[in-house]
Write a protein that binds this ligand. Structure first.
Ligand code: ZN
Length: 76
């Protein structure tokens, strides 16, 4: 049986995640690039993205506070 039974899990034309029920393989597409992933790899990508985004938020928050003019608060 060579039939692929693909289900769109998320996303749009540019970025999406498709799962093939026949192959049990997820396909992550970003722009023109497609990456085939097992469900386990998909979780690892998710974990990496999640962790990366959290750290990025912290980095940005820190950058803001560095530039923040504390004197403007007038807390004397
Ligand atoms: Zn397939």
């Amino acid at each position: 049986m060579n039939e692929h039974k693909k289900v769109l899990l998320a996303g749009d034309e540019e970025i999406n995640l498709v799962f093939c029920e026949s192959c049990q393989i997820a396909e992550l597409t970003i722009g023109g690039v497609s990456v085939r992933l097992t469900e386990k790899s998909l979780h690892q990508v998710h974990t990496a993205l999640h962790e990366g985004l959290m750290k990025l938020s912290v980095l940005k928050a820190t950058a803001v506070s560095d530039e923040f003019d504390y004197d403007s608060l007038n807390l004397h």
